[in-house]
Write a new protein. Structure first.
Length: 397
């Protein structure tokens, strides 16, 4: 693939500042499929049309998954099916109680100080700790994967491999898993599809790396919205807009994964009026697709097309889950994983606002900054203040 004239550098700086303006400008200048360059100058196409992203992810015979380690065909079906089944068995009530226990323990660490930084003191460790419990790490061993997720990931795969090897020969200790004595690693090893230790290690490591930061950023972005937007800053318990509304709005307008290194064309084709050559790399612009005016404000001939693809014509996005924030097609985020992320995020926000009802940011919203990455959208920091309170008497951890 050669660099297209006028290609836009996809370095994360502009979308980090104002993604709505960024995508409006791209759409005006280039349409639904935008020529871009990645770090190092590699050329690619950024797909920001909702219908176009839907088309790409629905036709793997034309647009194959680009990740070199991703299994395809029967291998993908086998491993994805096993992982979905293992995640689906996580009990929702157990998960909620686990997330509550972890959230309370984290709040206890700073509630008496009257101030905190919610991204690294709360959202990130909470998302990591829930995953360690779901996957089967005992409390005494959770520090290693949690620290790896907080850093550059060093040591994560080794910790997972060690857990897999032990689970292959020994049952999980009491108190591990969802109350039925099982955890995700144990379920994967017991799955009739007979995954190898290496396959389980790879898939669980990927679950950590792909699930941790997006969940943490979903929590952080939702807290930012609820603490700075007038629609949500009314008393949390009695306002018209609630946590669920904020969580869904973030997935439409401030999604934690704005772009995905997605597909490679298997043959020459056309997409959004562009000539795509065999071998061309396509980036899925999930945030751009979510903000596509063809589905957000459908009028004229676009209205009928939007209806047949999305069913969104003429209706509000409030309460509507047709966003593409979890991807689409065979390689989308498994639905049980979405439910785990949503339960974790909702519990995190609920507990924090319940425990610290007068919480407020210590800086103006315009002073909050984002990490300059095209692949993740999260705050660098969310400093807050509140009336100091005592840790919970029950010592929840």
């Amino acid at each position: 693939m050669t660099t297209h004239p006028g290609a836009v550098p996809l370095d994360g700086t502009r979308p980090a500042g104002d993604p709505a303006a960024f995508h409006r400008d791209l759409r005006r200048r280039h349409g639904a499929v935008v020529p871009v360059t990645l770090q190092g100058g590699a050329p690619a196409w950024l797909v920001i049309g909702y219908r176009e992203v839907h088309h790409v992810t629905s036709h793997p015979e034309v647009f194959a998954h680009a990740a070199p380690a991703a299994p395809e065909g029967d291998a993908h079906e086998r491993r994805a099916g096993a992982l979905a089944a293992a995640l689906e068995a996580v009990g929702p009530l157990w998960l909620r109680r686990t997330a509550e226990r972890i959230a309370d323990g984290l709040v206890d660490r700073f509630c008496a100080t009257g101030e905190a930084e919610l991204t690294e003191q709360y959202a990130a460790p909470l998302a990591a700790r829930v995953l360690t419990v779901v996957c089967g790490f005992p409390d005494a061993e959770a520090a290693v994967p949690t620290a790896a997720l907080a850093g550059d990931g060093t040591g994560l795969a080794a910790a997972v491999a060690d857990l897999v090897a032990r689970r292959r020969t020994t049952a999980p200790p009491p108190g591990t898993g969802n109350g039925a004595g099982a955890d995700v690693v144990s379920r994967l090893l017991a799955d009739p599809r007979a995954l190898t230790d290496e396959e389980v290690t790879r898939d669980v490591t990927a679950l950590f790396t792909m699930g941790h930061r997006p969940t943490a950023d979903w929590i952080g972005n939702t807290l930012r919205l609820m603490l700075t937007d007038d629609r949500f800053t009314a008393p949390f318990s009695g306002g018209r807009h609630h946590v669920g509304d904020a969580l869904q709005e973030v997935l439409w307008d401030d999604t934690p994964v704005p772009h995905v290194l997605g597909r490679r064309a298997t043959r020459a084709t056309q997409l959004g009026g562009r000539d795509i050559a065999a071998g061309d790399l396509l980036i899925l612009g999930l945030q751009g697709a979510n903000s596509d005016p063809a589905i957000r404000q459908p009028t004229g001939p676009d209205a009928e097309a939007a209806f047949w693809v999305t069913g969104l014509t003429g209706i509000s996005t409030a309460g509507n889950r047709a966003y593409l924030s979890f991807g689409h097609g065979a390689h989308r985020c498994p639905f049980p994983a979405q439910e785990i992320a949503e339960t974790t995020a909702r519990t995190a926000v609920d507990i924090l606002l319940d425990r610290l009802p007068d919480i407020a940011p210590t800086v103006r919203e315009t002073a909050l900054t984002r990490r300059p990455s095209p692949w993740q959208r999260g705050l660098t920091a969310l400093p807050v203040r509140f009336r100091p309170t005592a840790p919970r008497a029950d010592g929840a951890r």
